[in-house]
Design a binder for this molecule. Sequence first.
Ligand code: ATP
Ligand code: MG
Length: 357
Amino acid sequence: MIIEHLELRNWRNAVSVSVDFPPGLTLVTGQNAQGKTNLLEAVFFLATGRSHRTSHPEELVSFAKDQALLRAVIQRKSGTFTLSAQFAGGRVTRLRDGKAFRRGQDPLGDFSAILFAPEDLLVLKGAPAERRRILDLDLGQAAPTYRSVHARYAQVLRQRNALLRTYEQPPREMLATWDAAWAQAAVALTDLRARLVADAAPRLTRRTGEIAGGPAADLVYEPSLEGKTVAEALEQLAARAQDELRRRQSLVGPHRDDLRIEIDGRDLRLYGSQGEQRTALVAFKLAAVEMLSERPGGAPVLLLDDVLSELDQGRRRNLLLAAMGAQTIVTTTEPQLAGMVPDTTFAVRGGEYERTW
Ligand code: ATP
Ligand code: MG
């Protein structure tokens, strides 16, 4: 899929912008604080219905304005359509060909995007919740059922936690009902995540090799559930029953999963250099792009925000070669990038985008 055209009205520092993208590589250059990330954020919002920087839509509307609009023309094998998002009064309305839809109702894969943001690097060093987020957002897009399986688990977990919070000693039958529902949902999500990670791991290994050469990287799923069956999940739960009653929350299950990247068998979190971490994370994103590309919607749009800094010349070149195949938008503060042959270049200044190539 390809984003052919994008319009921004009162989107952050962009007052009125209209740009056309080629199918290949677009380079967006500009100094700090000019609007490079804002552009990628807009594309990502159209694809996913969320921003990677905020969960408050009002922050996306230009200062002192009360409405904003995003509009894009998306081209797929099956035809062309428009996607838009209107922002007013802290609310967002998303439309496909002028018809409103809610999050969760958009036919998955209509328009998908994988974003590398510098903030993602914190993911590698940060709390497990951050790593679950990239698992959900990036790999999750590759499985048509992911969203519903994930939502089901979140719902059961919420209710089971509410029960544990409400009663010091929850009624036995009530708890048993929720335990059973929990176990079903937990096993389903764990199983789906395990399959996605198993699919992604060899791709990440290959991509890291392409970009960096050197020692092999691996992606490892660390599920909270030890077994694979509902019965085993319930056993594990029973073993923590006392702890759960004391702490009044669910202590086992996919909401406690983690993800690990290893280089040469060593945990990247502990031993990775800056460049190694960046490389591994990009390789993870490229693995997600590959997986999505094999779905009926075709390759997603790849958004690379300031990915090139901290990488040596060789890695930069290899990374851009590896990204070929998906429409890619790359931002950078360095206008002269060795080894880079974009199809189009935009120079950004104060929220205005001028095509310079
Ligand atoms: P860097 O290279 O530092 O990452 P950038 O070009 O990616 O810079 P952006 O994150 O796109 O910069 O932000 C550009 C400008 O938009 C910033 O100066 C920021 O203050 C401004 N901005 C952010 N939100 C709003 C808003 N709601 N209204 C107006 N301007 C905003
Ligand atoms: Mg930026």
